[in-house]
Design a binder for this molecule. Structure first.
Ligand code: ADP
Length: 191
């Protein structure tokens, strides 16, 4: 199994690159943002609780997202690898993920971090809001909040995996296909 974390701030292109990676390598995509939005559209209790955090740009509580990921990993035994997108987002989530994978006799192979300047992130979120219908993209104060949550809580995930020498930082600015090529090179060097 080859398990990859696509890491980066909101708007760094994780979703776009994930789609291309899944098509090429057949990874199972595990996006906690997508899982939460599906809970919201199905109007589940979990979805309704999560929405209030998401609309403010805050993180959904660790126990909720860890439980969702646990269920998704167990439901997908036999895949050739997971692509984690938007998860883990806190150090506690990273530790929980390592333990979950360990219990399935596997581990994270690499964390690919997309590096994009803050001005560009905001510009992309404003642009995405026009087509995504995502309520958390439309408001500038929510965008700023998500970036500050990333700095204060999520950067610790990169530190966690750096200690195991698993993080590779890639330039996330430029053509989508150029970025994709650089991501593929890192995967191919390890797979
Ligand atoms: P983006 O990468 O643009 O921030 P996501 O779809 O990954 O978008 O996340 C949207 C929102 O969903 C986040 O702002 C947060 O409220 C919630 N969310 C997604 N993943 C997690 C997670 N792993 N832990 C906590 N909250 C999450």
């Amino acid at each position: 199994m080859f398990n990859l974390i696509l890491f980066g701030p909101p708007g760094s292109g994780k979703g776009t690159q994930s789609e291309k990676l899944i098509a090429k390598y057949g990874f199972k995509h595990l996006s906690t943002g997508d899982l939460l939005r599906s809970e919201i559209s199905n109007q589940t209790k979990l979805g309704m609780e999560a929405k209030s955090f998401m609309d403010k740009g805050q993180l959904v509580p660790d126990a909720v997202v860890i439980g969702m990921v646990d269920a998704a990993i167990s439901a997908n035994k036999g895949v050739n690898g997971f692509l984690f997108d938007g998860f883990p987002r806190t150090k506690a989530q990273a530790i929980a993920l390592d333990n979950l994978l360990d219990s399935h006799a596997t581990a994270i192979n690499v964390v690919l971090a997309l590096d994009v300047p803050e001005e560009e992130l905001i510009a992309r979120m404003i642009n995405r809001a026009k087509t995504s219908g995502r309520t958390d993209d439309a408001d500038e104060s929510v965008q700023k909040k998500r970036i500050s949550v990333y700095k204060n809580e999520t950067l610790a995930v990169a530190e966690h995996y750096s200690a195991f020498d698993k993080v590779v930082t890639l330039n996330g600015l430029g053509e989508i296909d150029t970025i994709f090529t650089s991501i593929c090179a890192e995967i191919d060097a390890r797979a």
